[in-house]
Design a protein around this ligand. Structure first.
Ligand code: MN3
Length: 200
């Protein structure tokens, strides 16, 4: 396979004021594009050509740092655009997913609090996650381009806490960005799709 930059599933200004057109122009059109372009160059001769993206992410982890960083970030951003939508967030969580969140994490409010805390305490660049691991939903965080796929889990929701994701709109206020993501941007239907697939 080769990596391809997807179109955003909404207009660049559709997530304003919580994520601006300018942020999405840089983040999607430039940052994600760079991961795609660099990943395609590094895939050549890696021995992983022809594998799926998930297999490339797992197969390069700990072995081919350059390819892993770009393939991991390509995977993370492919889903990040879909994990958001205009008028998202809040408590409108599909029933089966909500039930599992309550069973594994205590309550929806606790899940949100733990997710924001994970993103806030990730030192430097990285991501915070909801992932399915051993049949349970967990809250985790990872550095740089890593994701739960390389730690035995399956990501169902992730938030990018690299500065390029929030500095234009929030400057240094990462917790405010995370709260806006949770309250106004999450596309719970996409989370539910990944949850259902992860539980199979
Ligand atoms: Mn990013």
């Amino acid at each position: 396979m080769s990596f391809t930059l997807p179109e955003l599933p909404y207009a660049h200004d559709a997530l304003a004021p919580y994520m601006s057109r300018e942020t999405l122009e840089y983040h999607h059109d430039k940052h994600h594009k760079a991961y795609v372009d660099n990943g395609n160059k590094l895939l050549q001769g890696s021995g992983l050509e022809g594998k799926s993206l998930e297999e490339i992410v797992r197969g390069s982890f700990g072995k081919n740092a350059g390819l892993f960083n770009n393939a991991g970030q390509h995977y993370n951003h492919l889903h990040f655009w879909q994990w958001m939508k205009p008028n998202g967030g809040g408590d409108k969580i599909p029933a089966a997913l909500e039930k599992k969140i309550v069973a594994d994490l205590g309550s929806v409010a606790k899940m949100k609090e733990d997710f924001i805390q994970a993103g806030t305490t990730q030192f430097g660049s990285g991501w915070c996650w909801l992932a399915v691991k051993d049949g349970k939903i967990t809250v985790t965080k990872t550095a740089n381009g890593e994701n739960p796929l390389v730690h035995g889990g399956k990501p169902i929701l992730g938030c990018d806490v690299w500065e390029h994701s929030y500095y234009i709109d929030y400057r240094n206020r990462r917790p405010d960005y995370l709260k806006a993501f949770v309250d106004h941007l999450i596309n719970w239907e996409h989370v539910e799709q990944m949850f259902t697939a992860a539980m199979k």
